[in-house]
Design a protein around this ligand. Sequence first.
Ligand SMILES: CCCCCCCCCCCCCC(=O)SCCNC(=O)CCNC(=O)[C@H](O)C(C)(C)COP(=O)(O)OP(=O)(O)OC[C@H]1O[C@@H](n2cnc3c(N)ncnc32)[C@H](O)[C@@H]1OP(=O)(O)O
Length: 210
Amino acid sequence: MSGAMTERHMLGEDEAAPLAGLAARVRALTEAAVLTGVGADEARAVADEIAALTERLRAVRRDAPPFLVTDGHRMDRQGGNPVTGVLNPIAPPVDLDVTADGIVRAEFTLSDVYEGPPSYVHGGMSAMVLDQALGMAAAQTGVGGMTATLELRYRRPTPLGVPLTVEAKASRVEGRKIYASGTIAGPDGRVTVEATAMFVTPQHFLVHER
Ligand SMILES: CCCCCCCCCCCCCC(=O)SCCNC(=O)CCNC(=O)[C@H](O)C(C)(C)COP(=O)(O)OP(=O)(O)OC[C@H]1O[C@@H](n2cnc3c(N)ncnc32)[C@H](O)[C@@H]1OP(=O)(O)O
């Protein structure tokens, strides 16, 4: 199970580095699987080897993804986060940073694994990256929240395989509601996706954290 309230194992750098290396290899494996042109026999043989490796990893299983002891650089201590998590092979990963004026920003590249319309980024993937960036920008106001609304405007197709920039900033706080907006832009600086969102801090979270 991966319940939100499960006690998380905290990984120091020594423990996290080899697991991040493992995730990077699986990321490369995923891309290879999507693009491979090997024949049926080779595909079956590789699948069997991967099944054996999967069992080796399952031999010691945690109840929930571990958290990282952060060094102040990485914003997100959730190592298994699907956008930023260095321990998660499905995360690109997007390394979000925050500037002194509260702008959350990252440069990232999405491979063919994230293809939606042929040769362009899947719109759901853009939404996931923006949800995360806007959520982290909202958290810069003090206490973060759950995404209550997320509105996207897809202005032009987002290209695969080239450096993209995501930026987000909180605009205002009204009680437990935090508003934020952001964009994804291509290498030419032109915005491909715009987003606005409202995050709501759950009451129980406020009681414990404030
Ligand atoms: C939790 C903190 C995390 C820290 C994060 C670090 C960064 C991580 C970044 C992660 C990024 C990824 C993040 C993710 O992926 S988060 C995962 C995706 N989101 C969810 O699963 C959220 C599910 N929903 C809920 O949990 C609750 O409904 C929430 C918490 C949102 C509100 O339940 P709560 O019982 O507390 O609310 P309330 O009924 O007292 O209403 C309060 C006020 O809010 C207004 N309202 C409520 N909902 C909506 C709505 N949908 N549209 C418009 N308005 C809405 C409501 O009218 C009222 O306004 P007013 O009448 O007072 O004017």
